[in-house]
Design a protein around this ligand. Structure first.
Ligand SMILES: *Cc1c(COP(=O)(O)O)cnc(C)c1O
Length: 378
């Protein structure tokens, strides 16, 4: 059986007509850069996340960067985050002129280890960015407690966590700001590039709106040096339609995740990440750990099952950071996870039989690779 890693065609087939009507309305109104359709999506998305404001931007990397700029992060400042993430989290910090400081992750979840946070704080620490990796939220209570004690703002990197919750509150509503990506493969995906920032802070929201639009409040009056990071009107229209289906998609992802767990729990040679009881994951990725990860993925591909690796090289080991002081950091848990992780196919439209086929194939491959080589027949 063929099991693709992701199937966006299957996601879009049932909503093609509705999307076409939404795009036609944008064309008829010529509302292409920012505008009405973006504003409508922003208000729906803020309501969904439970925040006062949502600011639509061009992508989830610029949303992180704009958060840092709007919070006044300057060259020489330090921003604490994790290296177990997509590189965008660190890039945003570096492009704000600040220094990323990585703390190691919790071995159960690959999420920021709050126990290591306090020791990483210095007088130069000006922000903390926990990453809700794979859809599971970081343990926000201790992170927020430590941040508050030091007066440091927390930005949630919620790019993988649309709809995830922590003690009943949605991702993006716990920190000073939440940063979202709507890259097509995310739980809420645009048909192109887009991102958003959520916040309850009216001043921060205002500053972000000014920064994303060339530092202007009214046309050609530029209060500060901003940037063009506006959301595209077509993406606003598409996202508003797709937002209505986010919860349904996440529910299906949860069912697949539980199905995988029921089939894989107790299998020797396969470690399942822990699902913490403090919230509900968005189940963006279903990640398992094992030895000989690369051989396993190659064997799975031969059986028609496409797997991914999120992420094979942690940020502090990337060539891009080779001459940067972070390259000297030792993050044993992060490094071990990077060597062991395999992401199994995960998207709402997966069929139960495909989940079963992927799980069976994985068990067979892992058993085969771990059994001692057969003694050659004489
Ligand atoms: C996808 C992602 C981003 C970047 O979002 P883009 O929209 O692709 O720029 C940032 N952080 C994390 C954790 C992501 O997964």
């Amino acid at each position: 059986m063929q099991v693709p890693f992701l199937d966006l065609k299957a996601q879009h087939a049932p909503i093609r007509e509705e999307i076409a009507r939404g795009l036609a309305a944008v064309i008829d109104d010529s509302a292409f850069a920012g505008g009405k359709y973006v504003a409508e999506f922003e208000s729906d998305f803020a309501r969904y996340c439970g925040t006062r404001f949502a600011i639509g931007v061009s992508n989830g990397t610029e949303s992180l960067w704009l958060c840092l700029l709007a919070l006044g992060i300057k060259p020489g400042d330090e921003v604490i985050t994790v290296a177990a993430t997509f590189i965008a989290t660190a890039e945003a910090i570096s492009h704000a002129g600040a220094v990323p400081v990585f703390v190691d992750v919790d071995d159960r979840t690959s999420l920021m280890d709050p126990e290591l946070l306090e020791a990483a704080i210095t007088p130069r620490t000006k922000a903390i960015i926990p990453v809700h990796l794979y859809g599971q939220m970081a343990d926000m209570d201790p992170i927020l407690r430590i941040a508050r004690a030091h007066g440091i703002p927390v930005i949630e990197d919620a790019a993988q966590a649309h709809g995830a919750t922590y003690r009943g509150r949605h991702a993006g509503s716990l920190g000073r700001a939440g940063s979202f990506s709507f890259y097509p493969g995310k739980n809420l995906g645009a048909m192109g590039e887009a991102g958003a920032i959520t916040t309850d802070d009216a001043d921060l929201a205002d500053r972000l709106r000014v920064l994303r639009d060339h530092g202007q409040r009214t046309k050609y009056n530029h209060f500060e040096i901003g940037w063009n990071a506006r959301m595209d009107g077509m993406q606003g229209a598409v996202l508003r339609i797709k937002l209505r289906r986010l919860d349904e998609g996440n529910t299906r992802r949860r069912a697949h995740s539980e199905h995988y767990r029921s089939l894989l729990t107790g299998t020797s040679g396969i470690i399942l990440p822990e699902i913490r009881s403090y919230g509900e994951s968005s189940h963006h990725l279903f990640v398992v750990r094992m030895r000989e990860r690369d051989r396993v993925i190659a064997e799975m591909a031969k059986r028609g099952i496409s797997c991914g690796i999120h992420y094979p090289i942690p940020v502090h080991r990337q060539p891009a950071y080779a001459t940067h002081p972070v390259a000297q950091t030792s993050l044993p848990v992060t490094e071990r996870w990077a060597a062991d992780v395999v992401s199994l196919p995960m998207y709402p439209e997966l069929q139960e039989a495909q989940v079963a086929a992927a799980a069976q194939a994985l068990k067979a491959v892992v058993a085969e690779l771990s059994s001692p080589p057969a003694v050659a027949a004489l």
